[in-house]
Design a protein around this ligand. Structure first.
Ligand code: ADP
Ligand code: MG
Length: 230
């Protein structure tokens, strides 16, 4: 499994009433297949914008994003949906589980109406066991703690075996101990499955545990250094 990401002079501006905000300014960076990268920086520094452009959820104003030789700027909406399904899993601060669905149903949701060469339910069960929720398969999100809900969301993000996991402050709503468990879960999955992880966090202690740490400020990357390699 390998797929590297290259961003070439990527700028993203938002135009409001007469004012223009540059959320990203001319960012060039490469993420190597399989690496675990943290992205830190204060609120408004451009972390979520960076992640949504990499995740092809939004389009840059200028510049290019390449996954190996695939220039995602050139893909149609339909091609992008298939590209994301093949390559990218998302995890968010707010979990975004469907409240009326059980853990198992939430994890299988990305496969809805997709033909896949494996048993959907079996794979979902396996993943929920792997994140430590083998006894919560039929629980609703409201019956789970925040940390458990985020682990359901991690299993859901992995159901289609993405090559990259993009996590936007996944520990932001959790206490420190629970945040550590989420980090360790992602770190173990990164090693076991080889999927790259881009992990946005406010927490410097967690950021430092990644293979590589990036720091953003005012839409640019101000630091890019080695982490502690968990
Ligand atoms: P972070 O995730 O680091 O807090 P964001 O990427 O969300 O930062 O935002 C970077 C900058 O872009 C901020 O100034 C923010 O207000 C602005 N911004 C982000 N999204 C939008 C949007 N949809 N419309 C207008 N401005 C936006
Ligand atoms: Mg953000």
């Amino acid at each position: 499994m390998s797929l590297s990401i290259v961003m070439k002079q990527v700028t993203k501006s938002f135009k409001g009433e007469g004012v223009e905000t540059k959320a990203l300014s001319n960012v060039s960076i490469e993420f190597k297949a399989g690496e675990f990268v943290s992205v830190a920086g204060s609120s408004g520094s451009g972390k979520s914008t960076l992640l949504s452009l990499i995740g092809t959820l939004d389009q840059s104003t200028s510049g290019e994003i390449l996954y190996d030789s695939v220039n995602v700027n050139k893909l149609s909406q339909k091609q992008l949906a298939d590209f994301r399904f093949a390559n990218i899993g998302f995890i968010f601060q707010q979990f975004h589980l469907i409240p009326t669905m059980t853990s198992l149903e939430n994890v299988m949701a990305p496969l809805f109406s997709r033909k896949v060469p494996y048993d959907k339910k079996e794979r979902a069960q396996e993943l929920l066991k792997k994140v430590g929720l083998g006894d919560k398969l039929n629980s609703l999100p409201s019956q789970l703690s925040g940390g458990q809900q985020q682990r359901v969301a991690i299993a859901r993000a992995l159901i289609h075996e993405p090559k990259w996991l993009l996590a936007d402050e996944p520990t932001g709503n959790l206490d420190t101990a629970t945040g550590d468990i989420i980090f360790s879960t992602l770190s173990a999955l990164n090693k076991e499955k080889g999927c790259g992880v881009i992990f946005v966090t406010h927490d410097p202690a967690l950021a430092a545990k990644a293979d590589r740490m990036i720091e953003m400020k005012d839409g640019i990357i101000i630091a890019d250094r080695e982490g502690m390699h968990p």
